[in-house]
Design a protein around this ligand. Structure first.
Ligand code: BGC
Length: 523
């Protein structure tokens, strides 16, 4: 940690502050994806967006408002819930041209503006089509923000704590989920449209805060250099590092980024096709690694608990399912904190492998108990306990891990495109789970119930094996050094031992603070 501390000092506390500030984008992501679940059950909301029903039998969700029962059909429920993921999927894909034209900071600001419009529409409308439009627009904003924030952070963060910094983004997501659960809990009893307009409308405030804050932070220096705006890049770098434009720190870092950029440029244009070429820099493997890590993150089944947990616990006969849902939110936030430490301590590979094994063991136990002891009190206790342990395992490992990895894998030239593909994969699988799970678990279809845990057991185990064979170790090196590592064409399990060659250019990861801002090359 000592070396890390020296590195933080060398990079300047302002870098840290800026990276933690933009993590707030994760809060929008978490809040919006979890908020709708609570809103759909609010009786005033149902009285406006649902339809009158004699007794609520056969409805996906029903509720009584002023003596009348209202119903929401399964079709409308899945449409309203899953539309966010469709917006996010396209939002993530459109992130590449936006990040490359408007910049990373510009992209976060665009995302907050789009998101605010989506939230405003959702707050104002009182019809299902209007709501759908609002969900898609907000989803687009969430998709954009979900790739821009880790991109900005990884381009600004000191290598030694880059994983920890990007994990703050995940921490923000989890806080967003928890806050939305609590706000829903706090407003659901209000006997007017305020019950749902407050939790939805609050999102505009969050979006404006992120937008306004971005006005005061520098653009990613790496983006400015990429655009050829070297002077602006140098100034942004000097602001970030808290050192003068002529300081050795700024000169050295700038030289390394520019040298790498020149080399990338000499290889020609950057197209989507280049993301899938298996040339000297192993781009095909890197792109697929990002796409698959996000797929395996979703296939852990974590969103089964966040999207359908309340119903799942209810059906399993567990008392106070709402409270247990809030408990999952609390464990999710709490366990992300050790994750911030572990991602640097263990390195990306061990971090992901241990987490996947831990999650699969939890799910195996849940599945076995569901088959052998279903319905008993002790079975319910085991079910709740191991579900909480599963969420804890996710929060401490794969939650942050997938975002950290995709923010480190790609060369500057292709970062926008490759990161947007990986992020779109996250949202695609997110949508698949949201859409398909009811068909797998519900009595009238697959009727798997709690036994779905066996699927998550299998997918997490596959995630562990895949990580061993395909995930490189990206910890501690600068993004430019990582490019060199990929060119060395090592097997993923050999990468942890890779040491960057001593280059002519002094790199950020190979420097130490001697005294207030001075840098010294390591022997
Ligand atoms: C995932 C989300 C999930 C959240 C839970 C994120 O990393 O991408 O799908 O809901 O973690 O904390």
């Amino acid at each position: 940690m000592g070396a890390n501390y020296a590195e933080i000092r060398a990079y300047g506390p302002y870098t840290l502050f800026v990276c933690i500030f933009v993590a707030f984008g994760g809060f929008l992501f978490g809040y919006d994806s979890s908020n709708i679940g609570g809103v759909l059950s609010m009786t005033n909301w149902l009285s406006i967006f649902g339809y009158k029903h004699p007794d609520g039998v056969g409805c996906a969700i029903s509720g009584v408002y002023e003596g009348q029962t209202y119903c929401l059909s399964s079709a409308n429920r899945s449409l309203i819930t899953s539309l966010l993921s469709i917006g996010t999927f396209f939002g993530a894909l459109s992130g590449a041209p936006i990040a490359d034209r408007l910049g990373r900071r510009g992209g976060i600001m665009t995302a907050s503006a789009v998101f605010a419009v989506g939230a405003a529409v959702q707050t104002g409308v009182e019809t299902v089509p209007g709501l759908i439009v609002g969900r898609v627009i907000a989803g687009w904003g969430v998709g954009l923000v979900s790739m821009m924030v880790p991109m900005y952070q990884s381009e600004a963060a000191p290598p030694a704590i880059r994983g920890a910094i990007v994990s703050f983004y995940q921490l923000s997501i989890t806080i967003g989920i928890l806050v939305s659960q609590l706000v829903d809990l706090g407003t659901e009893k209000i006997h007017s449209t305020a019950s749902w307009r407050i939790p939805i409308g609050l999102q505009m405030v969050f979006a404006v805060m992120l937008f306004a804050g971005c006005l005061f932070i520098p653009e990613s220096p790496r983006f400015l250099f990429k655009r050829g705006e070297n002077e602006k890049g140098r100034q942004a770098l000097s602001r970030m590092r808290g050192q003068s434009v002529d300081s050795e720190r700024v000169q050295v870092e700038m030289a390394e980024i520019l040298a790498n950029l020149e080399f990338e440029k000499s290889l020609g244009l950057a197209t989507y096709a280049d993301c899938f070429k298996s040339g000297h820099n192993g781009m095909l493997g890197r792109t697929m690694c990002g796409i698959l890590v996000q797929m395996f993150q979703q296939l852990t089944g974590v969103n089964f608990i966040f999207y359908y947990g309340t119903q799942f616990f209810k059906q399993s006969g567990v008392g106070s399912p709402y409270l247990i849902t809030v408990a999952t939110g609390i464990v999710n936030v709490g366990m992300t904190i050790p994750g911030i430490y572990l991602v640097e301590k263990l390195g990306r590979r061990k971090f992901l492998i241990y987490g996947a094994v831990w999650m699969s063991v939890c799910n195996l136990i849940i599945g076995v108990v569901a088959v052998t002891k279903a319905g008993t009190t002790s079975a319910n206790q085991v079910l709740v306990g191991f579900n909480l342990m599963f969420i804890g395992a996710f929060a401490a490992t794969w939650g942050p891990g997938a975002w950290v990895l995709i923010s480190e894998l790609y060369p500057l030239k292709l970062r926008g495109k490759a990161m947007s593909l990986a992020t779109a994969s996250n949202w695609f699988w997110n949508w698949c789970i949201a859409f398909c799970v009811p068909y797998i678990t519900d009595a009238q279809y697959g009727n798997l119930g709690s036994k779905i845990a066996f699927i998550w057991f299998g997918t997490s185990l596959c995630g562990a094996v895949w990580t061993y064979f395909y995930v490189p170790e990206t910890k501690s090196h600068s993004l430019e050094q990582l490019d060199k590592m990929f060119e060395a064409n090592l097997k993923p399990w050999q990468t942890a031992a890779w040491v960057p060659e001593d280059s002519a250019v002094l790199s950020p990861a190979s420097t130490q603070v001697k005294d207030h801002g001075d840098v010294e090359k390591r022997a």
